[in-house]
Write a protein that binds this ligand. Structure first.
Ligand code: IPE
Ligand code: IPE
Ligand code: MG
Length: 252
């Protein structure tokens, strides 16, 4: 039997029989490079984003089949409001379409939807769609798909600090008793397994305000592949790389 650290080639048949997750319970992806994908093909940016949604659909399916417990996808950052209005409109339009077209499949496949980030600040019809989808999939337990919308890790931590400070003020917790667990529980990712693997596509080597707290001991994986080209094979490669790492968590 191949072990967790087995040296199976991700492209070989052996990889099919080994645990395809390589022990990763929670993976997150910074889905970057839609614009460059479109530019390379002399297409409008909007088409890059459209292809990006297709890649999301495929990867969510694949991750569910592999037995990944949770997947967190960075779809729109709190800093992406700095983009031109027409691009924001395109992205929000795609988000509306995606939720409406894929909610049935999520539900059929046992996917529980979660949203991290301040999504309540999005257009009210999108908030309604999201709340409906959250409700509808709340009891599914095959995989949690967490979508980061209007998400920034600093904003998330700030909101967590505010809620803990309010609890302290109300006498619900002593400031000196506040520990790591209080903070984790106050973050948008509360309830998700620890983040094992953080992937970024498109060759950029930065976190862009994504999961700064949660990534404390995550393994990082960077690929030059642009998000619309990221497929099952690419995910298998990332997971294989994860399986080959020696995670020490500060020990030896
Ligand atoms: C990622 O692709 C999608 C979002 C940030 C919404 P980009 O739009 O950032 O693509 P590049 O980085 O310009 O290629
Ligand atoms: C990060 O990508 C955000 C998402 C993928 C949603 P960006 O394209 O916004 O990041 P920067 O601006 O290159 O750091
Ligand atoms: Mg980008």
């Amino acid at each position: 039997m191949p072990t967790k650290k087995g040296s199976t080639d991700p492209d070989s048949d052996m990889a099919q029989v080994a645990d395809p997750t390589h022990g990763a319970r929670h993976i997150a992806i910074i889905m970057d490079g839609n614009g460059r994908w479109a530019k390379k093909k002399h297409l409008p940016r909007a088409l890059g984003h459209k292809k990006g949604v297709e890649a999301v659909r495929d990867i969510v399916r694949v991750a569910g089949e592999m037995g990944i417990e949770a997947m967190t996808l960075y779809a729109f950052s709190s800093e992406n409001w700095n983009r031109p209005a027409d691009e924001i409109t395109d992205l929000m339009g795609l988000l509306r379409q995606y939720i409406q077209s894929d909610i049935d499949e999520f539900d059929e496949n046992g996917i529980r939807l979660k949203v991290i980030g301040n999504y309540k600040a999005l257009d009210s019809d999108i908030v309604q769609l999201i709340d409906g989808a959250l409700d509808r999939t709340a009891n599914n337990d095959r995989m949690t798909l967490a979508i980061a919308l209007n998400y920034g890790a600093q904003d998330e931590m700030l909101r967590a600090v505010q809620s803990i400070a309010a609890a302290a003020k109300n006498g619900e917790v002593n400031p000196q008793d506040i520990d790591i667990h209080h903070v984790s529980a106050a973050l948008d990712t509360a309830g998700l397994p620890p983040l094992d693997l953080l992937i970024r596509t498109s060759g950029e080597l930065r976190l862009s305000n994504f999961l700064l707290w949660q990534a404390a001991y995550s393994e990082l994986y960077f690929t030059d592949t642009l998000w619309p080209d990221f497929d099952k094979r690419e995910l298998q490669r990332a997971l294989k790389s994860f399986g080959d790492r020696d995670r020490r968590f500060g020990g030896r």
